[in-house]
Every structure is written in C-alpha cells, then in structure tokens.
Design a protein around this ligand. Structure first.
Ligand SMILES: Cc1ncc(COP(=O)(O)O)c(C=O)c1O
Length: 436
C-alpha cells in the first residue's frame, strides 16, 4: 500500500467527520478552538507512518518556519509553553553567562497578574520574584514603578504580553539596557504581535533576549501541546539547546554521531581524556523536546498563521467598535502605543462593584464562554501560602490594579473561528448583561 492512498483517505475522513456545520443562533460560542483542515491531519498521519516519533524532519522544518515568521535566528521547539518558560528562565542560570548568571537569591521583576508558569520557574529555582502592579486598560506592567523595583540583586525582567497586547517594550528594554538586565518576553499569548521601536517594527518575543510561545489549542496556532523558545543570541541558543536536551554539551541531534569529528578527543571536567562527548553534560538539564508528530501539525499551522493573526485583529476591532456604547459600565481594552497586537482575547472590567459575576453568569447562560485573566493575582493562590513576603518574593508598592482585575475583569474570545454573527451575538448579550 502507498502512503498517498492513506493520505487520500485521511482527506476524505476530514471532510466527512471534521467539517463543522455553520454557526446557528444559540450555539455555543467558545473563547478559543483549533482551526485546522486536512493538511494538519495529513501531516500528522504522514509523520506517524514515518514512525520516527522523536524530533526529526518536521521539527527541523517547524523551527526554520517559525524563525522565518518571527524574523529571528534561533528557534527551539519544546513540549509546552510552560516548558518554554522554564527553559528560558533556567538558561539565565547557566555559568556560561559569567557575572550575568542568575543565582539563587537574585531578583527577577515580573507581574502578579500572571499565568502561573511565568512565575513558577523563578520560585522553584530559589530566585526572588519582585511583583509590580499592572495598569488598565493595557493590563500590562505599570512601568512608572520599575525604578522602585530595582535593587543590587536585580538580574532580569520576565513577563507576558497580556492577552496579545504588547507591554511597553520600548521603556522596558531601555530600563534593561541601562541596568544590565536580561529581558524574557513570555510571548505565549501574543504570537504575531508587532512593536515599533527606533523606527524598526519587529515581532514581539524577538526584541528582548529570549521569547517563548505556547501551542496549546487556545493559542494563536496549535500542535495540541507544544511550545518554542527563541533568541537572536548564539550563546543563549547554545545554552537553550543544551538544557532542552538533557544538559548535554554536544550539538549532534538525536541519532546523529560525531558531527564535529572530535567525539573522543576532548578533556571535559575531570572525566578521563577522550570521554565520549555525546555523553558529556555541561548543564543540569531536562528533556523538553517535542515529538515529530506535534511538529508536523505545527508545520501545517504555520502556513495559516498570517491569516489567523489578521482574523484575530479584525474580530477584536469589531467587538471594540460595537461595544463602545457600554463604556460607561465597562472599561474597554486599549492597544499599547507603538504596537500592533495579536489579540488572544477581548478583556473587559466591570466598573460597578460586584457586577462581574452577574455579567459572566448571563453570558454563560446564553452559551458564551468566558474566562478570567488567568491567575488574577498569583500571590493570593495556595501555591504562595508558604512563601514569605520580603524573603521568597517582594511586592513593589501595592497591587491594587492586579486585585481590581482579579475581582472585576473577564474576557471573551476573538479566535479565527468566530464569525461576524457570533461576534454580534456576544455584543448583544454583553449589552443586555450590563443593563440587568
Ligand atoms: C501567558 C502564558 N504563558 C504560559 C502559558 C503556558 O503554556 P502551556 O499551556 O502550553 O504550558 C500560557 C498558557 O495559556 C500563557 O497564557
């Protein structure tokens, strides 16, 4: 049997079983969802028939393709966005970075209105997250507090572009440059967003030292589970690859041997001379690689990514325009100056105290899925109960707006599967909800 015959059957199966009927009034409107066609399914089956399983030809094609989309030199695919954040942060702890190495007890500036795994690598390592409040309506860090956060232990700034709206990268990059700090952009919710600085427009995630992505189904593109870490810095890239792939020193990919021709010729640590370089470990690493099946889906999604980005922007614009009339009751989102966001969702904050839950209940009752802004205030979660303020973490001033968002904000979707009818139904129900 030829592979082509199987792939023809997969295409037919997709058309028969996966093509959804168009939206009818009253149907569920999810906040996100996978958008795919026969190409993703054929790539997945093609890869499974190859049965290479681990990172291989599709992973290589995916890393190259994502690098091209982002305009960045080095991309490393990983198995989730949380792994990407872990890897990005742990890269900064490499001794290869000399006096800029992040050590235990060093401080990392971040926000408490966060996704948990943008903060947990800092805590797990024993560095100290220093939390700054956010501001509305950008839902990103309040940069006026950056100077107050700085101490002689500060080594990095690490936070997400909230719901696809870039934070003020211009000011933050200037602050990092002035103080010799690393900048990690958690780009998991913002793939495709752009920011213009010094007359140059670049994709978010590629402006700081390291960027991260998630390919969980809700995100700008998907491979089921998956993620990526990217950088323009060859030394950071070398550390990322080492830590991703068990901590090893050698750059040969899995299954490849003696690419450099020096495999049995070096002195490494106190190992015997000529110890097999393929099994020499320069970092205490992980295995965070993707399978080739995940990457195969990613390769097909990359082709659609520019359209996904366009659709998200157009959907957000339609909601923003048609909801202007409720701005007395709801704080509407605003895009960051100098940016072209790639929206993950449409976030709103109820102005009247205790009215968020009533609005959300009305939307959910009418089959419109809603979400809160991730952890709200991460410090108020049980995972922080045993951590000590002033020792394990620090707060700069107060977190008043973070708590405001925890109490009064919610968001709805703008994913490319939304039609104008669905968007207009959301507008109608939101208008109803604020007048209840
Ligand atoms: C900002 C942000 N960072 C990190 C992650 C983690 O990604 P993953 O679910 O792929 O682990 C998410 C997930 O939604 C996220 O929104």
């Amino acid at each position: 049997m030829e592979k082509e015959q199987i792939l023809e059957m997969v295409k037919k199966y997709y058309r028969e079983k996966h093509v959804r009927p168009p939206y009818k009034g009253g149907d569920r409107i999810n906040y996100a969802g996978r958008i795919y066609d026969e190409k993703e399914m054929c790539n997945l089956v093609d890869s499974s028939l190859d049965f290479w399983l681990t990172a291989g030809k599709y992973t290589e094609a995916f890393e190259k393709g994502l690098g091209k989309f982002l305009g960045t030199d080095h991309v490393s695919a990983v198995n989730s966005g949380s792994s990407a954040n872990l890897l990005a942060f742990m890269t900064l702890t490499s001794p290869l970075l000399g006096e800029r190495t992040v050590k235990r007890g060093d401080e990392i500036i971040c926000v408490a209105a966060a996704f948990p795994t943008s903060v947990s690598p800092i805590v797990q390592y024993g560095a100290v997250p220093v939390f700054i409040d956010i501001e509305l309506p950008s839902y990103n860090i309040n940069i006026s507090r950056l100077d107050a956060a700085l101490s002689d232990k500060t080594k990095a700034v690490f936070m997400a572009h909230t719901l696809g709206n870039p934070f003020d990268i211009g000011s933050i990059q200037k602050f990092c440059d002035k103080n010799g700090l690393w900048l990690i952009e958690d780009n998991c919710d913002a793939l495709g967003a752009e920011y213009t600085m010094n007359g140059k427009t670049r994709k978010t995630g590629t402006i700081g030292d390291i960027g991260t992505s998630s390919f969980y189904p809700a995100h700008q593109m998907t491979m089921g589970e998956g993620g990526a870490v990217y950088t323009n810095d060859p030394l950071l890239h070398k550390i990322i690859r080492s830590m991703r792939d068990w901590g090893r020193d050698c750059v040969c990919s899995g299954g490849e041997d003696n690419h450099c021709g020096q495999r049995f010729m070096g002195q490494h640590g106190t190992l015997p001379f000529g110890y097999d370089h393929k099994y020499v470990y320069s970092h205490n690493g992980y295995n965070l690689k993707v399978t080739d099946m995940q990457a195969a889906i990613g390769v097909a999604q990359l082709e659609k990514l520019p359209i996904f980005v366009e659709r998200r922007r157009a959907n957000w614009d339609r909601l923003r325009k048609n909801l202007e009339c409720v701005s007395d009751s709801i704080i509407l989102p605003e895009k960051q100056e100098n940016s072209d966001p790639c929206w993950f969702g449409f976030i709103m904050t109820a102005k009247k105290k205790n009215s968020r839950n009533k609005i959300v209940a009305h939307l959910e009752k009418h089959n419109i899925q809603t979400r809160n802004l991730f952890a709200g205030n991460i410090i108020r979660h049980p995972c922080f109960s045993n951590l000590i303020n002033g020792k394990d973490y620090r707060i700069v001033g107060d977190l008043k707006m973070t708590d405001e968002v925890m109490n009064n904000s919610f968001w709805v979707g703008v994913y490319p599967g939304m039609t104008n009818e669905m968007l207009d139904e959301m507008v109608r129900r939101i208008k109803e909800a604020v007048n209840l």
